[in-house]
Design a protein around this ligand. Sequence first.
Ligand SMILES: Nc1ncnc2c1ncn2[C@@H]1O[C@H](COP(=O)(O)OP(=O)(O)OP(=O)(O)O)[C@@H](O)[C@H]1O
Ligand SMILES: [Mg+2]
Length: 363
Amino acid sequence: MSLPNAEAVLNALRLVKDPDLHRDIVSLGFVKDVEVSPEGSVSFTVELTTPACPVREELQAQCESVVRDIPGVSEVQVTMTARVRERGPQAENLVPGVKQIIAVASGKGGVGKSTVTLNLAVALAQTGARVGILDADVYGPSIPLMTGTHAERPLTQDERIIPITRFGVSMMSLGYLLEDGQAVLWRGPMVAGTVKQLLSDVAWGNLDYLLVDLPPGTGDAPMSLAQLVPLTGVLLVTTPHNVAANIAGKAAGLFRRLNSPILGVVENMATYSCPTCGTVSRIFAGLRGDELAKQLQVPFLGSIPLDPGVGAAADQGLPSVVADPNSPQAQAFRQVAGDLARHVSIRSLASAETNPEFQTIEG
Ligand SMILES: Nc1ncnc2c1ncn2[C@@H]1O[C@H](COP(=O)(O)OP(=O)(O)OP(=O)(O)O)[C@@H](O)[C@H]1O
Ligand SMILES: [Mg+2]
């Protein structure tokens, strides 16, 4: 019988999936120092992203079991360790001029991530901040349509793509790079590669805030993003439906495991103001955004009212803070943008105190 080798051990360990990250621990880079003795005794280390990993024991047991099943293996020794991945500047900083990267995520689709991303970005730009939007929804990029820029094609300079600018915001989206109606059949590594290119091959320049519009859920795009760059944090968008709140909670768990803090919760489409009598009513009875924030122990950043005008404005390529700046909705977006910026500042200050390296980007 042939003796087991390191490759066989790695192959077996590919069967072990991290339940939150939905990927196997080998491709996640968690497995280190595989050694196989001539007697068939196997040892290796599994390095998790946080010592507080709730599924540590479960993973260890699975690792032992799959390796023990390899023919010729007499003994298995797993060392479980953890290394919290740095949030500050890294050896290869893909976006060196960008100070804060804020991902906008949700569990459920259609809750208004893209609408919130765009309006917050424009509201921040209106305060004088340098702002960009990276449309990381590779499955259905919507920022180009929502800003009326879908017919534009970006120029390149020195082999880097120059973002499209509208409403004072620098934007990049796969939508600008594909032909109209062109669909892409995605596999996980392609998503990761595309998100990486949208970060590193684009001349973002110096930005105070880069907002990243994510596809819904906890798939490849959010995973890749959180692994490629140190995120300032994640803004969770939810609607007052229990399904949305429940999945938003799961998404929060994923980002925390990836060491991306949750900056806060924004509730969308919760209230409706009657145009004739002005009465404000809550339309849905599910878990409110403030209640979800409380459960997750993160700040509640505000509630964006439902406004039938939004869809119409978006269809004309206008965010509501531009189309109707005095509407209750536009005011709500400006309030949330301010609160978000506040929480980001508080966080960077706290990080700078504990990690002087964190603030090495000059602006
Ligand atoms: N507050 C609001 N009032 C009225 N309509 C809204 C509001 N927020 C979003 N919408 C509309 O709801 C629809 C979904 O919004 P949006 O595309 O922003 O969601 P999303 O979470 O990005 O969706 P996906 O998961 O598909 O990326 C759009 O038609 C948008 O115009
Ligand atoms: Mg979207």
